[in-house]
Design a binder for this molecule. Structure first.
Ligand SMILES: Cc1ncc(COP(=O)(O)O)c(C=O)c1O
Length: 487
């Protein structure tokens, strides 16, 4: 009996059904998944089926139980962390790649767009001409790849190939104390250890202090630690701070150390002429990362690493020869798309099988152009400034961290509460439960801030205003509750 009846076509019919369900989801009328979790959990927690139910029934279950109980992240009022829903073209291009080019390899239009879109992004974000890129699943892996290149360069200078032989010397990475914690994990995965990351002090605005960096570098010269990289933020996760790139880059160069810039979130900010000067010194970077799945509205799973010398990535990440590849492809013949692997991205990072992400980024840029993306970046930065202005103007609000880019930290003030961190924590929890405006929080020099980060393509001034209104309304309610409890 033939039981493999997997549907492998008829996308027109089935995707139209799915699209209707998704469009309904995007009206954001549904209750949150946790309002009635038992219903969908019970419906979904079926025993593993020996016999399938067929695509129609699966689509029906997707529509009834799964999609309506998805995430609030695509909602324009969700400004938590640095995350957003995909735009339509991003979702559609992902579908196109998954069907027409399930691997990025081969002499296909998808492999071609991988390189073209990486080059477009490099030009759009003002990276030096010689920088070449590589896609991976996101900022964490993009940082790992960049620091793998840094490690390779540092050891090769000593005549050692760390990718082949491993490392037998303690290393040091110098990063802003506000660096993303994927930097520590990358150090661990690369065998240098989380403790090799030395956190350099930041100023009141969360920017790395070059003088503190110089002091640390000087002190470490007396040790056996091998300096591997200096890591600066172009848009820190907490506050969107941009480190003084030129001074840090020049310091790294003076010590002969690899200079890495983490622009996972903030690199696209360079499109806003109001903050463009803050990116001065980007040209000094040996590696830079950016996440199209943050500000560019790509579906999650797309980060990019750029390096000035992509050969180094090859040496840092190449796999040994594999018999199943020998003779299967050649660089000499290009008569068929499977004659040749195309640009061998698999040898430059940590993924062999990988989706065609380039077509997605190409589609995002092609749809609205640099002008459209610039407008989005400027709009979001303006929203963060608007939140700060409203907070400054209201007696019950305070700006905890002023925006550089599209993140603003604010808090509610009440003389009824001594512990304002606790008050704001409760306000935030209550806001999340109400679901009208969903920011996240952070600690800024010990002060808890309610922290919206505007990156969603759907997010406008309306949502920024609703967020401030909601902090005020919930703040008044929660501050009162304590008053009543105390009284
Ligand atoms: C500055 C920075 N670097 C790296 C990352 C990690 O990115 P991802 O979540 O895509 O792995 C983030 C995530 O927010 C980030 O803000």
């Amino acid at each position: 009996m033939n039981t493999d009846k997997a549907e492998c076509g008829h996308l027109t019919e089935f995707s139209a059904q799915l699209a209707r369900q998704l469009d309904a989801y995007l009206t954001f009328q549904h209750p949150d998944a946790m309002q009635q979790p038992d219903t969908w959990r019970q419906a979904l927690a079926q025993p593993m089926p020996e016999d399938g139910i067929g695509i129609q029934a699966v689509l029906a279950e997707l529509g009834e139980w799964v999609i309506p109980n998805g995430s609030p992240i695509p909602n324009p009022g969700c400004t938590a962390f640095i995350t957003t829903g995909a735009t339509t073209i991003g979702a559609l291009a992902t579908l196109a790649g998954s069907v027409a080019a399930p691997q990025r390899l081969g002499l296909t239009a998808f492999n071609f767009l991988e390189e073209l879109s990486l080059d477009w992004m490099a030009r759009m974000f003002g990276l030096p001409e010689e920088m070449k890129g590589l896609y991976s699943s996101g900022g964490s892996v993009a940082n790992l790849v960049a620091l793998g290149a840094a490690r390779q360069a540092a050891f090769e200078a000593l005549g050692i190939d760390p990718a082949r032989d491993g490392i037998a010397r303690p290393c040091r990475l110098y990063a802003s104390a506000e660096c993303h914690h994927s930097v520590q994990r990358a150090a661990a995965v690369l065998g240098m250890g989380r403790r090799s990351v030395c956190g350099i002090d930041t100023d009141q605005q969360g920017r790395m202090c070059p003088a503190a960096l110089r002091r640390q570098l000087m002190a470490d010269q007396q040790t056996n630690l091998l300096p591997v990289a200096v890591i600066a933020n172009a848009g820190s996760t907490n506050r969107g701070a941009i480190d003084p790139l030129r001074e840090i880059g020049e310091t790294a160069a003076a010590y002969g150390i690899w200079f890495h810039v983490d622009g996972a979130y903030g690199l696209p900010g360079i499109l806003d002429p109001r903050v463009l000067p803050l990116y001065d010194g980007l040209d000094l970077a040996d590696s830079v990362i950016v996440d199209p799945h943050k500000w560019l509205g790509a579906p999650v799973g797309i980060g990019a690493t750029y390096v000035k010398d992509r050969e180094l990535l090859n040496r840092a990440f190449t796999q040994e020869a594999a018999t199943y590849l020998e003779g299967a492809c050649t660089n000499d013949v290009a008569a068929h798309s499977m004659d040749n692997l195309g640009i061998p991205y698999a040898d430059m990072g940590v993924e062999l099988s990988a989706p065609s992400r380039g077509a997605v980024v190409w589609a995002l840029i092609r749809e609205i152009g640099v002008a459209g993306l610039r407008e989005r970046i400027i709009r979001h930065n303006t929203l963060a400034r608007h939140v700060a202005e409203r907070a400054d103007a209201h007696p019950n609000l305070e700006v905890v961290s002023a925006p550089t880019l599209s993140i603003c930290g604010i808090r509610y003030l009440s003389d009824r509460w001594r512990d304002l961190n606790e008050l704001n924590r409760r306000i935030h929890r209550r806001m999340v439960q109400r679901g009208r405006a969903i920011p996240s929080t952070t600690l800024v020099n010990g002060t808890l801030a309610i922290r919206p980060c505007f990156v969603g393509a759907r997010t406008t001034l309306k949502e920024a205003d609703e967020l401030v209104d909601e902090v005020l309304a919930v703040g008044q309610e929660v501050a009162q509750m304590n008053d009543e409890a105390a009284g």
